[in-house]
Design a protein around this ligand. Sequence first.
Ligand SMILES: Nc1ncnc2c1ncn2[C@@H]1O[C@H](COP(=O)(O)OP(=O)(O)OP(=O)(O)O)[C@@H](O)[C@H]1O
Ligand SMILES: [Mg+2]
Length: 262
Amino acid sequence: MQPRPDPTLVDRFASTSPSGADDAAATLVGAVKRYGSGQAAVVALDDVTISFPAARFTAVMGPSGSGKSTMMHCAAGLDRLSAGRAFVGDIDLSSLDDRRLTLMRRERIGFVFQAFNLVPTLTAVENIRLPSTLSGRQPDTSVFDQVVSMLRLADRLHHRPNELSGGQQQRVAVARALVTRPQVVFADEPTGNLDTRTGQEILGFLRSAVDEHRQSIVMVTHDPNAAVWADHVVFVVDGRVHEVVDRPSADSVLGVVKRLGR
Ligand SMILES: Nc1ncnc2c1ncn2[C@@H]1O[C@H](COP(=O)(O)OP(=O)(O)OP(=O)(O)O)[C@@H](O)[C@H]1O
Ligand SMILES: [Mg+2]
């Protein structure tokens, strides 16, 4: 089956809300991100307009270096755009100073970094609890227990990141993003280093976060079998949204991956 773009995803800008997108978890409008200057300049995002719908699971795919992580960081307010606008819900991120931006992220966003970004001096459990500690809120014990058990971290909670395997560090990074049940979870290759079983359980948990708790998930993956858990797949190529596949199947996703040839 030939994958077709989902017009509801890319043409959501006719409404009257500030971001122009109704019921969007996060939106980029004409987003440009340049790194460096002069001859060394890299345009990592090249005029991207996309909205990630609320209470939906979006997968983001595309070749290495195509701008996926940059798009996630800018959409989540971890990095500022060079031009264009980024919204979380209807909040224009350019209207927030750095302090308010940090507070907004703490309130609303969970982020699984591609490079984990665990704090090396803190134990696993301290890392997982860090967002709650910073915001002065205790994570729900039952969610904490469920996440720790799903991620098989119970016996590693009191170890520091350098005492954990790569996959264990990734699981701590996933737990940290999920235990507060944030409105929007950005996960940058959250299953990249994991065995199939743990990967499937995380994907199932992300799916139920959307279906049962109306959280919004945006997940980068290189794996078509992970992408099929999503409601749609956004393909990024050379810093642009190349196409969107709605209701992905392994075949439709693989078709695009093969067509892109990278
Ligand atoms: N801090 C930075 N300084 C300079 N260039 C950067 C920086 N971060 C990313 N880039 C460049 O921007 C482009 C997009 O990078 P990005 O990390 O967003 O790609 P990606 O799609 O996430 O790739 P991957 O699948 O390998 O993780 C790349 O050419 C990269 O080299
Ligand atoms: Mg990346």
